[in-house]
Design a protein around this ligand. Structure first.
Ligand SMILES: CC(C)(COP(=O)(O)OP(=O)(O)OC[C@H]1O[C@@H](n2cnc3c(N)ncnc32)[C@H](O)[C@@H]1OP(=O)(O)O)[C@@H](O)C(=O)NCCC(=O)NCCS
Length: 105
């Protein structure tokens, strides 16, 4: 298994991951992932044998923490295909997402 930045060729597979992982809400989550990617968020995929089995996004947002607005990264959505869950893939995606987000400040 390896984690790497999502490419344009991964978009359909990423949507399929979220549709399968989130069940009834899967379509909404797939659309959210599309919008976050388009906004320039960090977007990483986990691959097994060359196929996308997991995906994570870290978007940017502002947290209202008076007296200031704090620039934060929001880790969501995170999804792993049901047949590949409980194997450490979600953990690896979160670790890589944190590292990539930290690299962007
Ligand atoms: C949440 C999710 C991404 C975890 O991915 P994963 O590859 O199965 O995660 P890991 O194998 O790395 O396990 C990470 C931890 O989560 C726990 N875990 C995984 N699935 C779980 C479940 N369904 N219920 C309870 N705990 C679960 C594991 O036991 C592990 O805990 P541990 O480190 O204390 O042993 C995956 O189950 C998923 O896609 N779920 C549906 C979508 C979702 O709810 N996403 C999160 C909100 S955006």
């Amino acid at each position: 298994m390896r984690v790497q930045p999502e490419t344009a060729a991964d978009h359909d597979a990423v949507r399929a991951v979220h549709r399968a992982a989130f069940g009834a809400e899967g379509e909404k989550v797939a659309t959210l992932a599309d919008r976050l990617r388009a906004s320039g968020a960090v977007s990483l995929v986990a691959e097994v044998d060359g196929s996308v089995v997991g995906h994570v996004v870290v978007g940017r947002n502002l947290l209202d923490a008076p007296p200031q607005l704090v620039d934060v990264g929001v880790l969501s959505p995170l999804g792993v295909l049901p047949g590949f869950q409980r194997q450490g893939i979600g953990t690896a995606l979160v670790a890589a997402a944190r590292e990539a987000a930290a690299g962007q400040g």
